[in-house]
Design a protein around this ligand. Structure first.
Ligand SMILES: NC(=O)c1ccc[n+]([C@@H]2O[C@H](COP(=O)([O-])OP(=O)(O)OC[C@H]3O[C@@H](n4cnc5c(N)ncnc54)[C@H](O)[C@@H]3O)[C@@H](O)[C@H]2O)c1
Ligand SMILES: O=C[C@H](O)CS(=O)(=O)O
Length: 488
């Protein structure tokens, strides 16, 4: 049990049709605090059996929810948003306890997640069709936009709240219903959000949350033709698997997948700004975000200054329990993530890279979680795993370059295409490089790009579709063409 100001927010059951329930098997899955490895609580270990009930509930709820007016849906989403802000501290504490990120980042995530609900409460009232100039006098053409129907969401552990609201808010705003399967490592944030949705007056069955074994749950969600849309955020291999399953009945999907972001510092960059941007884009959430910088390309003329300033900032980062106010870096989500990052370092050094700081397991305040001192690798090349795999940890691999065309070729040499970053003070270069980078998102002189107003998403194997912005609601709408014969 977690001590909260509002104890009603700690839910350890799934939510189906407005009823908090256990798995039929009564089996449960334990959830641990990644900083302390202590037991937090447990959740029902559901399978396809309960998933079928959740789908039926969502289908029935859809027939009601789609008849709510846009204003009615907007008002309920706004109430949900207001309740989240009222419970900000509890929701942030839940994120830190189950995921490990520092409280300051957890509070930021709650506000970021809530901003999607606020944004789409407004977008709900701006779903518009169009009239089309008819080619003949005997007909009139127009379109309307309608909700897709029952949707499913499967979300990752690294943003236990924001990855949920970034999907549920536009779906509900569009008039769809949503069945969510959160990551088993971080279920309590999702369950607390669902409790607040109920308190806001969102009808039972509109937002269901099922917990448990991902494979059988996802198999039902992707093969059941009642589920017309799957939205997934997670690793590329799992996203590919889910798309393949849904293809059996042409299930629509949106995919927010893996990344391998380049961070390029040109010779004319503001180096202090570039170092600040490198710290935030690399070490936010202990490097466990899909848009974290994964490869650093530093122009030879500014290389020594950049490395010296970056190393000083990295060594000043405070690693520890996220509940401590002074903490800036928390633990890995689990031992496997730590081991993978150690393997990245071992591989790079064995191939000629040099580890100039960090990379060791540490035990801040005697905590047993898996903490690594943030690491910088220099003399990295593209034969090393760190330059071609998603690191998802606090390792900054550094490479040098001297030519713009050369660095763009290297930056684009990946199957991923999510986020990218570069620093320059040349307007002409800003346009050349922005247009040449093969990514869905480009940060120019900044290392923090995510905001609800802008379309978030990637190309190539980083995903399909966009979340947030005026585009995000389109993922949950169908365009219907009406052709009206008016011959007298
Ligand atoms: N593009 C984005 O917006 C974004 C955001 C966050 C994370 N990610 C990506 O997610 C990955 C890290 O998150 P993760 O470790 O939770 O990813 P993951 O793919 O392992 O898990 C994501 C979700 O899929 C479920 N899942 C796992 N195996 C499954 C299976 N066989 N069938 C059905 N569902 C399954 C998990 O339970 C979880 O809910 C990284 O690659 C990161 O880049 C992308
Ligand atoms: O890692 C997943 C998130 O999408 C990162 S962000 O908080 O949206 O930048």
């Amino acid at each position: 049990m977690v001590s909260l100001l509002n104890p009603a927010l700690f839910k350890d059951q799934a939510l189906i049709n407005g009823i908090w329930c256990d798995a039929q098997s009564q089996l449960r899955t334990k959830v641990i605090n990644p900083a302390t490895l202590e037991f937090i609580g447990s959740i029902p270990n559901m399978t396809d059996v309960e998933t079928k009930f959740a789908i039926e509930s969502s289908k029935n709820a859809f027939s009601v929810w789609k008849k709510y007016t846009a204003k009615e849906r907007s008002t309920l989403l706004k109430k949900w948003y207001d309740l989240i802000l009222i419970n900000l501290n509890d929701l942030a504490k839940l994120i830190t306890i189950e995921q490990g990120k520092p409280l300051v980042e957890a509070r930021g995530e709650v506000l970021y997640g809530a901003s999607f609900i606020e944004w789409f409460s407004e977008q709900a009232r701006r779903i518009e069709g169009e009239t089309i100039a008819s080619p003949s006098n005997d007909r009139r053409l127009l379109t309307i936009r309608q909700p897709i129907g029952v949707c499913a969401a499967i979300t990752p552990w690294n943003f236990p709240a924001a990855m949920i609201t970034r999907k549920v808010a536009p779906a509900l705003a569009a008039g769809c219903t949503m069945i969510l399967k959160p990551a088993s490592q971080t279920p309590f944030s999702a369950l607390a959000l669902a409790e607040l949705a109920l308190q806001a007056g969102i009808p039972p069955g509109v937002f269901n949350v099922i917990t448990g074994d991902p494979s059988p749950i996802a198999h039902e969600l992707t093969h059941n033709s009642t589920v017309r849309k799957l939205t997934f955020t997670g690793s590329t291999p799992i996203g590919s698997l889910l798309m393949a399953h849904g293809a059996s009945h042409i299930q629509k999907s949106s995919m927010e997948l893996g990344g391998n972001a380049p961070f390029i510092v040109f010779e004319d960059a503001d180096i202090d700004a570039a170092v600040e941007g490198a710290i935030i884009s690399k070490f936010r959430n202990n490097g466990q975000t899909c848009v974290c910088s994964n490869r650093f390309y530093i122009h030879t003329l500014v290389y020594d200054e950049f490395i010296q300033k970056l190393k000083a900032k990295v060594e000043a980062l405070k690693i520890g329990n996220g509940l401590n106010d002074c903490t800036s870096i928390g633990p890995f989500i689990d031992e496997n993530a730590f081991i993978k990052n150690k393997e990245f370092i071992t591989d790079a050094v064995s191939k000629g890279a040099e580890l100039i700081c960090g990379g060791e397991r540490i035990y801040p305040d005697g905590l047993n979680g898996f903490f690594m001192s943030p690491a910088i690798l220099i003399n990295v090349d593209n034969t090393m795993r760190v330059s071609c795999e998603e690191i998802f940890g606090p390792i900054a691999p550094i490479m040098q370059f001297s030519d713009e065309k050369e660095v763009i070729l290297k930056a684009n040499d990946t199957e991923f295409g999510l986020a990218s970053y570069f620093y320059t003070q040349s307007l002409a270069r800003t346009w050349r490089v922005s247009e040449a980078l093969e990514y869905g998102m480009v940060g120019i002189n900044t290392g923090l790009i995510s905001t609800t107003e802008a379309p978030f998403g990637g190309i190539k194997q980083s995903g399909l579709g966009r979340e947030g912005s005026k585009h995000g609601i389109d993922e949950y709408l169908e365009i219907k063409y009406l052709c009206m014969g008016i011959s007298s």
